[in-house]
Design a protein around this ligand. Structure first.
Ligand code: 4NP
Length: 177
């Protein structure tokens, strides 16, 4: 049983990252938490989220109302979360740092330094159609963000069960060019 295999492993620490940490990354944090809870795996995961910019942390900004509405609409439990900026020490603390788009990846490495352990990916790098997740702060389309995040989280969990040899992190892709 794959779920039992995963239960016997060390805790998997996942940090979702976006620009502001009020729209996409908290949505992903609570969607993945629900998915692992439904598999009885909550104890095996630590799941958090962070921003690449600190302005929302400085304003003590909570989850955007569009993300709240979407999570409520889809029956995803969530709690209050206040934006916090990614810190250099997060790189060592987390096993997977999952960005929403390519510009997030660049900003993450500006903060953490180079991805020497291959921990940084875009969430949809795990899907059959690797791509960015558009920012609903600009598009207003929280339903599209939810669909992409749901797809990415499902693909990420499948990857954890059986990591395909060919998946490359964004930084690996860049360094191989
Ligand atoms: P997020 O969206 O990166 O998905 O949280 C944004 C939220 C806030 C801002 C930009 C993007 N902002 O400029 O405050």
């Amino acid at each position: 049983m794959p779920d039992k295999d995963m239960l016997s492993m060390a805790k998997i620490k996942v940090l979702f990252v976006c620009l502001g940490n009020i729209c996409r990354s908290p949505m992903a944090q609570f969607v993945l938490r629900q998915m692992v809870a439904q598999k009885g795996l909550s104890e095996r995961f630590e799941i958090d989220s962070a921003a690449t910019e600190n302005y929302n942390e400085l304003c003590h900004a909570g989850i955007h109302h569009g993300t709240r509405a979407m999570l409520k609409n889809r029956g995803v439990p969530f709690e209050e979360h206040y934006s916090r900026c990614l810190r250099p020490e997060d790189y060592a603390r987390f096993d997977y740092i999952l960005a929403m788009d390519e510009s997030n990846v660049r900003e993450i490495t500006r903060i953490t330094g180079p991805d020497i352990d291959g921990k940084i990916f875009r969430l949809l790098d795990f899907s059959n159609r690797p791509r960015d997740i558009e920012d609903p702060w600009y598009t207003g389309d929280f339903a599209a963000a939810y669909r992409d995040i749901d797809e990415g989280c499902r693909a990420f969990l499948q990857y954890l069960h059986r990591p395909p040899a060919k998946i490359l992190s964004c930084s690996s892709l860049k360094s191989s060019v």
